[in-house]
Design a protein around this ligand. Structure first.
Ligand code: SF4
Length: 91
């Protein structure tokens, strides 16, 4: 994966996360379905560090999980259409 594509994906994920309320309902539904897949994935990373950060409210509960394969925060990962799931579980 090239750096530009990864940066573009991260940018889009955060942009859509910040502007979530204004996203089309169809895109929100797709993101929720992706999130459900991630939440039951064996690669979901709930490391002690992110759990501690969530406990101290440094990160919101929804942001406490990341993909153990690509390292992206799940909330932003599912809100972009540039980088699919690295395991091919969703596009
Ligand atoms: S993006 Fe794919 S590999 Fe990563 S946690 Fe979600 S389903 Fe699993």
């Amino acid at each position: 994966m090239d750096l530009f594509k990864k940066t573009h994906a991260i940018y889009n994920g955060w942009k859509n996360y910040i502007g979530f309320d204004d996203l089309p309902e169809q895109f929100k539904k797709k993101a929720r379905l992706r999130g459900e897949i991630c939440c039951s994935c064996e690669f979901l990373d709930t490391s002690w560090l992110v759990r501690v950060l969530a406990w101290f409210n440094i990160v919101k509960p929804a942001e406490k999980y990341k993909c153990g394969k690509c390292g992206c925060p799940i909330t932003q990962k599912v809100l972009q259409d540039i980088e699919p799931c690295p395991e091919g579980k969703w596009k």
